[in-house]
Design a protein around this ligand. Sequence first.
Ligand SMILES: Nc1ncnc2c1ncn2[C@@H]1O[C@H](COP(=O)(O)OP(=O)(O)OP(=O)(O)O)[C@@H](O)[C@H]1O
Ligand SMILES: [Mg+2]
Length: 407
Amino acid sequence: MGEKNKSNIDEIFDRVLDAQTKIFSNREVLTPNYVPDILPHRDDKFEELVKILAPSLRGGAPSNIFIYGTTGTGKTAVTKQVLSKLKKEAEARDLSFKYSYMNCQHVDTKYRVLTQLCEDIGIDVPITGLHFDVVYQKFKEALDALNTLHVTVLDEVDMLYSKSSESLYILTRMNSDLESSRISIIGITNDVNFKETLDPRIRSSLSEEEIVFSPYSAEQLRDILTQRTDVAFHKGVLEFGVINLCSAVGAQQHGDARRSLDLLRVAAELAERNGDESVTELHVRKAQQVIERNTVIEVLDTLPIQTKAVLQAIFIGEGKSEEITTGDVYELYSRICKLIRLDILTARRVGDLINELDMLGIVTAQVISKGRYGRSKRIHLTVPPRQVREVLEKEFRLTKIFEMEDI
Ligand SMILES: Nc1ncnc2c1ncn2[C@@H]1O[C@H](COP(=O)(O)OP(=O)(O)OP(=O)(O)O)[C@@H](O)[C@H]1O
Ligand SMILES: [Mg+2]
């Protein structure tokens, strides 16, 4: 009996493992962390950056640089590449060059920014405990002692600005405190309105130079994809039209290379899992659904319980009548809270939560009248109800509501 089982298991492994090699020869090159050595269609941006930074390797303060462009247009990839190449070139010429790269999603205070900078030039400071001015002084002295050009990249700089605008102010002014070193700040954002929201003093110093990354066209995306396909796939597994479709979808999504690459990878994964011999346009269409579904669910999953309760009220309300208003939502929401013993927030606060859902693109809230109790709005779910339910059902307390006959 043992023998028989073993051969069954072997057979399963044979089948699954062999199937997995039919499509991909190297899946890695399509994953988000892989960045190719050459970035097609971005030579001009590469050169713009180098032209601003390189001259100050030999002295003189470089300008601060503000980089913007919609998501997936290569801002992070190009910037990182310029820095690492600049480092190599500087070393080869015995010139001193240092840089720090931070994603501002993870640094949110001026203290954190400074300790990160210290760490990157090799000085030890405690994560907490020192006064900010002390850390600043330490960094300044250590940097000056290095007699170097230092580039600080603040990726997703809008995040830092919303949490600690002062950090940005301090950093963009640091050059005037330095004696023998020079610092340049590169701020990157995909938020097109960010510049307008900046404090004018910060705006003028951060955007001494500006580089705009325009969306990729479908043709450009095709080149970006084909650059990786020879390595990623076995010969002949991509059906005609697959690359074009992935590029076209990325181009529609504000020229997003990340979207095109994800689409191609997920489509191929679907084909592979299905045991298919090739990747077809149908796989790409399915992948599109998978990706869209995942982003919606990711957003919904992270909502706090109170917001989820409001969302559940909207979900149930929509199931009951054609049109629901803020008042209806509040009534249902209050009932849900009572049933599951959740604190009932005020109508005004629930109104704020509805606005947040609106901002996230999960519902639309349209003003219909201005009554005695404030403005009433018509609420409508904009994401598939199935996905809303799927997320709410994962929340233990809210699940119980779905089990009730009528609420
Ligand atoms: N010109 C290019 N050639 C090859 N791959 C590219 C190119 N531009 C972008 N990519 C790839 O697309 C993905 C997204 O690029 P990147 O992270 O640089 O975008 P971004 O502009 O920083 O987007 P976001 O604003 O969302 O941070 C990465 O996987 C990157 O390797
Ligand atoms: Mg980026």
